[in-house]
Design a protein around this ligand. Sequence first.
Ligand code: PMP
Length: 397
Amino acid sequence: MSPHFAQRMEKVEPSAIKELLALGADPSIISFGGGYPDASLFPAAQLEQVFRDVIRAPGGAAMQYAPSDGLPRLREQIAALMVNDGTPCRPEDVLVLQGSQQGLDFAAKMLVDPGDVIVTEDPTFLGALIAFNPSQPAYVAIPMDADGMRTDALEVALKANPRARMIYTVPDFQNPTGVTLSLERRKHLIALANQYDVIVLEDTPYRHIRFAGETLPTLKSLDTQGRVIHLGSFSKVLVPGLRIGWAVAAPALLEKMALLKVAADTQTSTLNMAATSLFLDRFDLTAHIDLLRRSYRHKKEVMLDAIRQHFPQDVTVTDPEGGLFTWASFPAGFDATAFMRDVALPLARVAYVPGATFFPVDEQPNHARINYSAQSEDRIREGIAALGKALRQAGPV
Ligand code: PMP
């Protein structure tokens, strides 16, 4: 049997990195690979309580089908979170999604024909590329510096690419670099999107995990023309297993996304929406987020201290103000994929994500994404020391 796959499946293929990362699941390996929150901080007892109570709700409401846009109470609560964060939002502006990942899928389905251009940061979130690929886009990747996407380069790219349909950005503590888009560039990005009539997809799963510096306005709050689709998620601030995320967008866009939602899965799990909603009513999410921020700030410091102590001097790392990742850059000529396969995994027993996988166009081999949220402090120290030793033994490249 040789199935005839649709053309859109052409770019739907496993990456080589996936196999490498699967090796990192071995418990004897210290993995800085996944984007996992710290499981020891999951509010398990509270979740157990709300799940029990929603199951007991009158008429089995939480076990029944629900509106495809999401439970009305949850949409209200999400709108209130957005407003608290400085972004005007009404409950009817919110579409509940199965994780923000689903919003990436819908945005590309809604806006991108084969050959249309999606503009991304360089590097960008791998999961977004995976979601966009079936729409067969061409990618234009915009270089970044310590202030995020370089909007001067964005301007040049938009001028040169009349088929640009969407600018995808993770403005807060980006995955994979940990870098945040500055206020000036946020304003410039919106001005350019207006000038060139492009939709902006703002993806913010790490936004509330800020542990240094000032909170910056969302792109959505700077949007005067209704051209920003904002994606949010409870994955990093509550638990990813709930799979609850959301989109906030102007009615013309949100209505289309809501139709894609019906097509994809009818609705997000009623049980998970009801449990999330009751959790928000009953417990203090802000206090829980404060706990995460303190913990991740500390772990980030432990990791960067260990890196300064153990890594060769010519390796640089970003110092994020929030989120889950730092981004290591090795000297030109260093191949972080080969080093992981040949040295880090088998000898140092440490995993990271080789950076090449995050570049949509030209893969740069000499970077790595390193997560500091998932492992304990002791394992962070141990893993970084082992990786540093292996790097020193490998010598200059
Ligand atoms: N966007 C970014 C930048 C992410 O890092 C992730 C998850 N790691 C997601 C979206 C998807 O998150 P979820 O579907 O769990 O909300």
